[in-house]
Design a protein around this ligand. Structure first.
Ligand SMILES: Cc1cc2nc3c(=O)[nH]c(=O)nc-3n(C[C@H](O)[C@H](O)[C@H](O)COP(=O)(O)O)c2cc1C
Length: 168
């Protein structure tokens, strides 16, 4: 198993240490390397490091509180103008968000996916907080920072979820 896959966990506590610009750049490069339907690359990112905006984003819903303590947060949004096939953008942005999480782990950073799409109220709150233009649909938020929390490997493998050829 790839080290980054093995070591990635959702970490929600962060220490007061700056994240290097080069690491943020690497994370965004990995994000844009994700597969997408028809290679449409329908993503656009908002990198947030402003304390007040982070605090506002942390009030998005009951499971977004940890964003307030993160050094930065990346909002992953879909650009409607690049949605080439109905519904596919959701999968594209899922792959993209996962790439971000894995690159964070690879860079020694803690991260946690915060769900946004498809809850209308949550999407509206993110849109308003980030002043998103109409063509950008908020999909997810990823809180990022250094952490002193240990990310223990939990083996999630379950043989019962594997099926061979076809169900009889
Ligand atoms: C679509 C999606 C939405 C999620 N939303 C949240 C969220 O809003 N807040 C949060 O703290 N964690 C969120 N998570 C993280 C999950 O809670 C976490 O991945 C899961 O508990 C498994 O733990 P692990 O990531 O450490 O393996 C989300 C994960 C996914 C894939």
């Amino acid at each position: 198993m790839l080290e980054a896959i093995k070591n990635r966990r959702s970490i929600r506590t962060y220490i007061d240490e700056e994240v290097e610009e080069e690491k943020i750049f690497e994370i965004l490069k990995s994000a844009m390397q994700a597969p997408s339907s028809k290679n449409s690359s329908p993503w656009e990112f908002v990198v947030i490091d402003d304390k007040e905006i982070l605090s506002n984003l942390s009030k998005t819903h009951h499971k977004s509180k940890h964003i307030k303590d993160a050094k930065l947060c990346i909002a992953i949004t879909g650009n409607k103008e690049r949605f080439l096939k109905p519904g596919k953008w959701i999968h594209d942005l899922g792959a993209c968000t996962q790439n971000i999480l894995l690159e964070c782990t690879n860079q020694g950073l803690a991260s946690c996916w915060v769900g946004v799409h498809p809850k209308r109220k949550v999407m509206d709150k993110v849109r308003e907080t980030l002043n998103l233009p109409k063509n950008l649909i908020p999909y997810s938020l990823v809180a990022i920072g250094y952490s002193d929390e240990e990310n223990k490997f939990i083996d999630k493998f379950d043989e019962n979820k594997i099926h061979k050829n076809r169900f009889e």
